[in-house]
Structures are given as C-alpha cells and as structure tokens.
Design a protein around this ligand. Structure first.
Ligand code: WT7
Length: 640
C-alpha cells in the first residue's frame, strides 16, 4: 500500500471543491460532456457563445470544440478585466538581478498589448499569419503573445536557449515573415545574445522581412536597415480592437520533440485551449481572488504559455514572471523571491527541486514562506524523496503539493490531485481532471483493468487537445492515433494503483525528458552524425540525479579516426550548435561498433541497459551480429 497524506487545512479551508464535489463533477464531465463544458466555457467571455460543444472523432481524426463560438483570448486575458481590476498587477516581473522589479497593471498591460499589436499591423501582418517570438523572460514576451492573439495572428514562441540553427528550422516550418526578439536576455548573470542568434538564423535564408527588437539590456546590436525595427521607435497610435475569432481558429504553434525526425509544430486553437487553461488554472490551483501565482517555467515551453500567460490572466490573477535561474546569485533565490513578493502558489519542476534539495534546508528555512498556500510540480516524474522535501522543508507540511501530469499536446493539466479534494501520494500525479478518461493498454492495445501498469492512452477528446501538427496532419494522425486505434497515445508508461491513482513512469518511446525538457534521441543523433568524423550515433537516456534523465551518446567514428578529449568537446559543441545547450550529451561513449542484429538494426534495449549500469538483465544477446561487443561496451561504461 502506498502512503496517503491527507490534504492540509490550508488546502481544504475555503476550497472550491471537496472529494464529493470532485466525484460528482468528474462523473458529470464524462456522462454529460456537453453540459459540463458548456458551463465551464462560461469562464470566458464570448462574442457568440457556442451552440455546439463537442464534435470530435479519433478515427478518422477530426477534433473540434465550441466550433460555432466566437471569442478573443486577448480580450479575455486583458480587456475584460479593466472595469474591475485596471490597477491590479497583472504581471509582476523580477529580473535576473535580485530586486529589479516591474509591476504591470491590467490597464498598463492593455496599453502595451495594443501598442505591440499596432506595430505588427504596421508591418503588414494580418489575421492567420504566423509570427515567431524569440524573447527572454520579460513582460514583452507575454505582451507579444497577447498582441498576436488580439489580431488573430498565430504565435510561435521559440525558447531562447535554442540555437540559430534550431530557430531557423522553426521559422521556416511555419513560414513566419516577422520575428520579435530583444537586444539580449540575462540568465544567471550571463548574456544570451538573442538578436545575434536571430541574425545568424536569418542568414540561412527564409522569408523573414521584418524583425521587431525589444530594448531590454540597452546594449548595442547591429540593426539591418529596412528589416530591423526597435520596438520603442515604432510610432503607433490609436486603438486596436480585438479580432473576433472562431473557436477553432489557430492560437499558437509550439514546436516539440518527437521520437522521429524534426520537431513537430503542435497547433492549439482559440476556444478549446482558452477554456482548458482557464478551467484548469481555476480548479487545479484552486485559485482564489487576489493571490500571487508564480510558475517558474519559461514562456518558451507550454507550461509558460498555459500557466504564466493564458491561465492566470484569463482568471484575472497576478502572474509572477522571472527572468533568471534558481541558483543566481545563490541558491536562496526562489525562497527570497517567495518572501519578497508574498507568493501564494508556487509551481516548478522536479529538476529544480532536486537541485535545491542538495543545498540543504538552510537556504529555504531562513526565508519567510508563510504566504505559500500551494506547491505544484510539473514536467517529469517527481521522486518521493524530492516530493517529501518539497512538502516538509518548503511547505512546512502546511501547503498541499500537487504533481500535475500533462504535455505540450494536451494544452493544460490532465492528471493531478485537486488540493482541497484529494489525499496526496508522494510520487503519484493522482486523479484525472474533468473530462479526462485515462486508459492503460498493453503492447498489443489490449485494455488493462484495475490496479496495473501499461501504456497511457486517453479515450476521448478534451477541449485543450492539440488539433494537428502544423502543415502535416498525417503526422498528427500517425504519431498519436495509429499505435492504438481510436485512442490518443501519450507516449508515457503508467501504473494505476488500487485507489485509481496514476503513477507516470516515464516515456516509452525514443523521447528523453531531460530536466523537464523534451528531447528526441533522433534529433541528437542527427546532430552528432553531422560531425565529419562521426560514422554513427545512438542516443539513449540514463538516470541522472538532478536532470532526471541524462543524455548518453554512443558514437562510432570513421575508419582510422581516434577518440580524444578534444573530439568529445567538439561533439558537444556540434550538438549545441545544431539544437542548443539543453541537448548537449552528458556522456559520450566512443565505441568501435554499435550492437546490431544480423539485419542491421541497432539494439537500443541493450544500449539503454548498459547506460543505466544495469548489466545483469541484458536479455537475449544471441541475435546480435557480434555478441562479443557487449563485453567491450560494458567495459567502456565502467570506465565512465
Ligand atoms: C512529457 C511532456 C507538462 C508540461 C511540461 C512538459 C512528462 C510531464 C509530468 C509529471 C511525470 C511528466 C511526460 C510527458 N511529464 N509532467 N507530472 N509526472 N511525467 O511538457 O515537454 O510536452 O513533455 O513530460 O513524460 O509525456 P512536454
């Protein structure tokens, strides 16, 4: 039996929902989805409320929610709050340097968003166009996203840690003609040369005609005449009304790694994503009027989209946005900020929790954390040890801890305990959110009942579900709906216990979750083989204390080439250049050959086991073309 910790009084007192409330609402969300989501949709203002609610099929794949409704998400996140909360802080920003703070009220946010939207219009951008955002964690990132939403432009945010090469691929794939960037960003005291990266990306050629450059650091950057515009020098005036959008009109594209090939452009639409983020923010965080909400994710990831920008602002909350990193200038940074800004809800990733746990309790306990009410975790499985430290040391056993499982594809939280309703089990995400019907299936797609383990699928659509892979609907169908016909396959393995709690065990495909960031092994491999001395590469994950999963790269060299430390450095450089620092391998293992079957297929299972230092259960190696290779691989692993 797994340990269950009852929700603390801070979670149950004043909660929107208790256990019975959840059970009733969950049952209704499955029995009467149209009625349930028609009501939840009222969290948003609609120009035309939807008459049709759910209209979807997983075979053939065609997903629509609220399809005849008309709305604008910028209106919902900004304009509609003006009568009641013009002076309330919408975005509370702290820079990389401690105590450098900006407070942007809803009224100021409105002015800034209108101005940015007008600047985009000046450049000839119209409804349906795609605009790429490559920005640091500054308010202008949220402002630019909302400006796009305001005029019906589809934003594609690219994380500032991606290389020019990766940025170029993403700009080209969605055909952006305009890029919004900044003169630079600061992370942990180090400058991120965003504008220079944009210049390098555009040199590779693509259809970009205009770049808007936000002045953030005030440093000199080269400006291309006629192409680049300082945001603060673009004179605009007047109003810019919100464009009425069909519920199924695209809102954004966000690229994410899959098990094969290049990153996929995950497409989310206006109505369903809007309802999902507004509803999950309200229920999952049991959000209460006036609270300060801090999600530490970068807006370059879906967590930042849904829970730094759209979810909190749709609910009229104050969203804290942080430019920096947890260990700059020291490891007290998070808790110092919790104290300074009297944060009520704190939402971060297990990798950060594990890294800070290593530093002991002192950096935490010396700061006043009495404002905290709720602690959240997202991005990867949280090990019980880290969970307990979060619960005891950070939350003083006073704040509920929620572990929220979801994906870029799901738009928002799918599985979690509700703070006021459910007991908590350290290491388990918990129970399905409203409308979510999880199923476990075995490798052949056979449905598994009761307490068991299997592959996690979702049986029916939910409003926040991605609608397609931008420009490649067939890839959408293939990736998510072809493994198990009629079901959405998540790519995750999962255990369900005797209390119907779900325990995510990690990816079962060739996707790695490194520090909560998704990385396709195929992408890292193709970056490695692009090096002139590399013949072949096979990349697998292995357990890593801080990152959760580390990147282990097996590499073979061209005939006659020798391994050296310099070469390993070059290979890491190569991956940083093609993808970005987050994809840099932790271990490079140069080997004379890769284990292959007689038909030439790389046996990844063996490579995974060896990387995991698990030599006892390699399974059947007799089908290998050269079984003796295994000993040399083990020997190589032992030396690392
Ligand atoms: C993958 C999705 C959710 C937004 C951030 C990541 C893993 C995510 C959890 C969790 C166990 C988790 C899964 C999932 N994952 N949250 N609470 N417990 N695993 O979004 O980059 O699309 O990655 O992250 O493996 O499939 P993403």
């Amino acid at each position: 039996m797994s340990e269950t910790i009852p929700p603390p009084p801070s979670a149950t007192t004043g909660a929107h929902m208790d256990a019975e409330g959840y059970a009733a609402a969950y049952a209704r969300s499955l029995d009467d989805p149209d009625g349930f989501w028609r009501e939840e949709a009222r969290r948003l203002d609609w120009v035309t409320p939807p008459a049709t609610i759910a209209n979807w099929s997983f075979d053939p794949v065609d997903i629509r929610w609220f399809e005849d409704g008309v709305l604008n998400l910028c209106h919902n996140c900004v304009d509609r709050h003006l009568p009641a909360r013009a002076d309330q802080t919408a975005i509370l920003w702290e820079g990389d340097e401690p105590g450098v703070v900006r407070r942007i009220s809803y009224a100021e946010l409105h002015v800034a968003v209108v101005a940015m939207a007008l600047k985009l219009k000046t450049l000839g951008v119209v409804k349906g166009d795609r605009v790429t955002l490559y920005l640091p964690m500054i308010p202008e990132a949220a402002i630019a996203m909302l400006a796009c939403a305001r005029i019906g432009v589809v934003h594609s945010v690219v994380f500032g840690g991606f290389s020019p090469e990766a940025l170029h691929g993403r700009i080209e794939d969605c055909g952006s003609r305009v890029v919004i960037t900044a003169d630079g960003g600061m992370r942990g005291g180090r400058l991120v040369p965003l504008k220079a990266n944009v210049d390098a990306a555009l040199e590779r050629g693509c259809g970009v005609t205009s770049v808007i450059v936000v002045r953030h650091l005030g440093n000199d950057v080269p400006m291309a005449e006629g192409r680049d515009h300082w945001a603060d020098e673009m004179a605009v005036s007047g109003d810019c009304p919100c464009e009425p959008m069909g519920a199924e009109d695209p809102l954004f594209i966000l690229y994410t790694s899959g098990s094969t090939g290049k990153p996929k452009g995950v497409l989310h639409t206006t109505g369903g994503y809007g309802v999902w983020t507004a509803s999950t923010f309200h229920h999952v965080f049991d959000y209460r009027e006036g609270e300060i909400f801090w999600c530490t994710a970068d807006v370059g990831w879906v967590t930042g989209h849904s829970y730094v920008v759209y979810g909190p602002l749709a609910n009229g909350a104050t969203s804290l946005m942080f430019e920096g990193v947890p260990n700059h200038p020291n490891v007290e940074r998070f808790w110092e900020m919790v104290e300074r800004h009297e944060v009520n809800i704190f939402y971060t990733a297990p990798t950060a929790i594990r890294a800070l746990m290593r530093e002991g309790d002192d950096p935490v306990t010396k700061h006043d954390r009495s404002s905290l009410r709720l602690l959240g975790s997202v991005g990867e499985p949280i090990n019980p040890e880290a969970w307990k430290w979060y619960w005891r040391t950070v939350g003083d056993e006073r704040c509920a801890v929620i572990d929220t499982w979801w994906q870029t594809e799901t738009g928002g939280v799918m599985i979690t305990t509700l703070p006021g309703a459910h007991g908590m089990k350290p290491g388990s995400a918990g129970r399905p959110f409203f409308g979510v019907e999880p199923l476990l299936v075995d490798g052949d797609g056979k449905l598994l009942e009761g307490a068991t383990s299997g592959n996690l699928c979702i049986a029916r659509s939910w409003p926040g579900q991605m609608r397609t892979v931008y420009g490649d609907h067939e890839r959408f169908v293939q990736t998510y709906f072809s493994t198990y016909k009629g079901l959405y396959f998540t790519g995750d393995g999962c255990r369900r216990d005797e209390d119907d709690y779900y325990w995510i065990t990690g990816r079962v495909d060739d996707v790695l979750n490194v520090s909560g960031h998704r990385m396709g092994t195929a992408e890292v491999e193709s970056a490695l083989v692009a090096h002139p001395l590399v013949a072949e590469a096979a990349v697998v994950g292995y357990p890593h204390d801080i990152k959760g999963t580390g990147i282990y790269a097996y590499v073979t060299l061209n005939a006659g080439e020798e391994n050296s430390e310099a070469l390993e450095t070059e290979l890491r450089q190569q991956v940083r250049k093609e993808i970005g620092p987050i994809a840099s391998p932790d271990i490079i293992h140069v080997t004379p050959a890769l284990p292959k079957t007689r038909s030439g297929k790389i046996m990844r299972r063996i490579l995974r086991k060896i990387a995991e230092n698990d030599f006892g259960s390699l399974g059947d190696t007799s089908t290998l073309a050269d079984p003796s290779l295994v000993d040399s691989l083990i020997e190589g692993r032992r030396n690392r």
